[in-house]
Design a protein around this ligand. Sequence first.
Ligand SMILES: CC(C)(COP(=O)(O)OP(=O)(O)OC[C@H]1O[C@@H](n2cnc3c(N)ncnc32)[C@H](O)[C@@H]1OP(=O)(O)O)[C@@H](O)C(=O)NCCC(=O)NCCS
Length: 188
Amino acid sequence: MPESAIAQRHFPYTARVGDASITLRLMTPGDREAFLAFMRAQPEDDLFFLLVDVTTPEGLDHWMGDLQNGRNITVLAEEGGKLLGYSSLHHGQARWTRHLGEIRLLMAPGQRGRGVGRLLGHEVFSIAHDMGLQRIVVRVASAQSSARHLFERLGFHMEALLADWVIDRQGHTEDLVLMSYDVAGFHG
Ligand SMILES: CC(C)(COP(=O)(O)OP(=O)(O)OC[C@H]1O[C@@H](n2cnc3c(N)ncnc32)[C@H](O)[C@@H]1OP(=O)(O)O)[C@@H](O)C(=O)NCCC(=O)NCCS
């Protein structure tokens, strides 16, 4: 199911965002070094919230392994060959939560506010939907207002507010917002 669903989306394709042409394509093992360079160039505060620290060889191996076994589907956004950001869908980690998919999204700070993040979010959300995942979730620190807004516009709603579930590099805690989109229409 996953591969055929992804194939239906005709990657790569180019979309107009404002005056720019943005290419969206699926990440492959051949993107390893470019992805590493991109991630290492991101602010530490953004890297701190990754599920896997892909700036280390072990973390990157883990990421590429999941990419190859289909547990991670990542869409890259590029402009003129330059990587601007990515969105990833992680799923099937345990049998009892195999109906869930989790989205992660990161744009380089200098590229934010152009509409590319929304495009990426929408693309990965559509893949999750086409794959038949029943509930799509995203975890967002409460201060990440732009991310919350973006996912609300995609139709996600707040499922839980978990007090002090996030801790930043300086040791300050923050609330975690768990947002979800109920594809199957069930509630519990
Ligand atoms: C979340 C993120 C990917 C958004 O990327 P982006 O390219 O700036 O997104 P867009 O330009 O498409 O903007 C998305 C929406 O957020 C809105 N927005 C931007 N900054 C905002 C802010 N500070 N408060 C509220 N809304 C904001 C935009 O107006 C836009 O809304 P609209 O479509 O209604 O106009 C980017 O901010 C990011 O990488 N943040 C750090 C990582 C993160 O928080 N990831 C999410 C958790 S996985």
